[in-house]
Ligand binder design. Structure first.
Ligand SMILES: [Zn+2]
Length: 71
């Protein structure tokens, strides 16, 4: 089953949610905030120089991983 890991930007709560649509983000089960971000393994690992076979994650959200976001 497609279970993804999310992190709430309001209470820094990390939770896993079973989702079918990658376009919608589930609300935080702790504070019901919609300001959650999806945690992807691709972001955790650092790319070693040149890119190779990128995983097919589909359409990436505007606010991807990288330097701190604005808000
Ligand atoms: Zn929260």
């Amino acid at each position: 089953m497609p279970i993804y890991e999310y992190k709430c930007n309001d209470c820094d709560n990390e939770f896993e949610e079973l989702v079918f649509s990658q376009d919608e983000l589930p609300p935080c089960p702790k504070c019901q905030s919609k300001k959650v971000e999806k945690l992807m393994s691709a972001c955790a690992v650092q790319t070693e120089g040149s890119g190779g076979g990128m995983p097919d994650f589909g359409p990436m959200p505007s606010a991807g991983c990288g330097s701190g976001g604005g808000g």
